[in-house]
Design a protein around this ligand. Structure first.
Ligand SMILES: [Zn+2]
Length: 351
């Protein structure tokens, strides 16, 4: 027997089959009207099944919000019931809107989907998980943007047919990781196939288009969990290592090093995203401190930099053929998050 749940009503707002009047003319107008993290339910042709999609867990990653607003305005009837979770409404509303990832004193919402559910973000995560448990969706997507520009990819903790089929709604690249951080995609552990979709850069029209096209496919197909219906083969990259730069080190993006920085990358380094880089291809230049300023972190421990990069004549080369991704030319992100991720050219883990 169902019990009436009122406990989430303080944390979340609810919209059922919202009309165009409720939604406003633009996603920004809609965002202005939203007061809390919001659950949106849309009834489908088959009312016995539900698919879920979370987005805006990070307030500065708008592709999913734009896609959802457009899709809702068009008043589609989805194949099955749809449950949408808009997480980071608070940071997204901070002016200038859609520019802040998380509240200044807050936590990263996509690290909060595990106990203890402390603080505002913990309460939101817990309430969203309760909605998922109630709705019992057959699958879940979490739609994000990457920090730099670059091609779309998916991330999951499981690499099976269902996760690959969900990936194929948006992209042909799946990063499978054993890392557990409290991210929403760990809902896979509840036997609900769950995939994070990184649509590409938050400023890219292409990313917004992809988020919309993917949502249309997700909501309109009778079956989104079988690989027979996949549009393309999925390229799986397993357990990438994270390359980080020391906090006190300096990085610059120039065609030639100025001699002032510990690390220099060419300004077009983002073009390396997902491509194979051989041991003969220089990635950039290293200063006098050498590779000491870099660390490589595998899915549960720090590892030896020498397996990834080597220095020849002041230039950095891969120590073995690698594929790197999430390379950014934003020095703030490069320093606060990471320089890039890498796997072997074959897609296998380096460690
Ligand atoms: Zn994100």
């Amino acid at each position: 027997m169902d019990t009436v749940t009122v406990s989430n009503s303080n944390v979340l707002d609810y919209l059922n089959d919202p009309s165009p009047r409720t939604l406003g003319r633009s996603p920004l107008e809609w965002l202005e009207r939203l007061q809390k993290p919001t659950v949106i339910r849309v009834a489908g042709r088959d009312r016995s099944r539900t698919r879920a999609m979370a987005t805006l867990l990070h307030g500065n990653e708008p592709s999913g919000l734009f896609a959802l607003h457009r899709w809702l305005l068009e008043q589609h009837t989805p194949e099955v019931n749809m449950l949408f979770l808009l997480g980071g409404v608070y940071p997204a509303k901070i002016p200038p809107t859609l520019s802040v990832r998380q509240l200044a004193e807050g936590r990263d919402l996509n690290r909060c989907f595990k106990a203890p559910f402390v603080g505002i973000e913990g309460a939101i995560a817990e309430a969203l998980l309760a909605e998922l448990r109630k709705a019992r969706p057959e699958c879940l997507l979490d739609v994000h943007n990457t920090s730099g520009t670059g091609p779309a990819f998916a991330v999951s903790i499981t690499n099976d047919a269902a996760h690959q089929a969900l990936t194929s709604l948006y992209t042909d690249r799946l990063i499978a990781t054993d890392l557990r951080l409290g991210a929403l995609m760990e809902y896979s552990e509840q036997e609900v196939p769950t995939v994070t979709i990184e649509c590409g850069g938050s400023q890219d029209d292409q990313a917004h288009e992809l988020a919309y096209d993917g949502l249309v496919r997700y909501a309109s197909r009778p079956d989104v969990l079988s690989l027979e219906n996949a549009e393309w083969d999925i390229d799986v990259l397993r357990n990438p290592i994270r390359v980080e730069i020391a906090l006190e080190a300096t990085i610059e993006y120039r065609l030639k090093p100025s001699g002032q920085a510990d690390l220099t990358f060419p300004p077009d380094i983002e073009h390396r995203n997902f491509g194979v880089v051989s041991t003969e291809e220089p990635l950039g230049w290293i200063g006098e401190k050498g590779l000491e300023i870099l660390t490589a972190i595998g899915h549960n421990r720090a590892e030896n930099m020498e397996q990834i990069l080597q220095v020849k004549g002041g230039q950095i080369y891969p120590a073995q053929a690698i594929r790197a991704f999430m390379i950014t030319t934003n020095p703030v992100i490069a320093k606060s998050d990471c320089l890039f991720y890498a796997v072997k050219a074959t897609g296998e883990p380096i460690f």
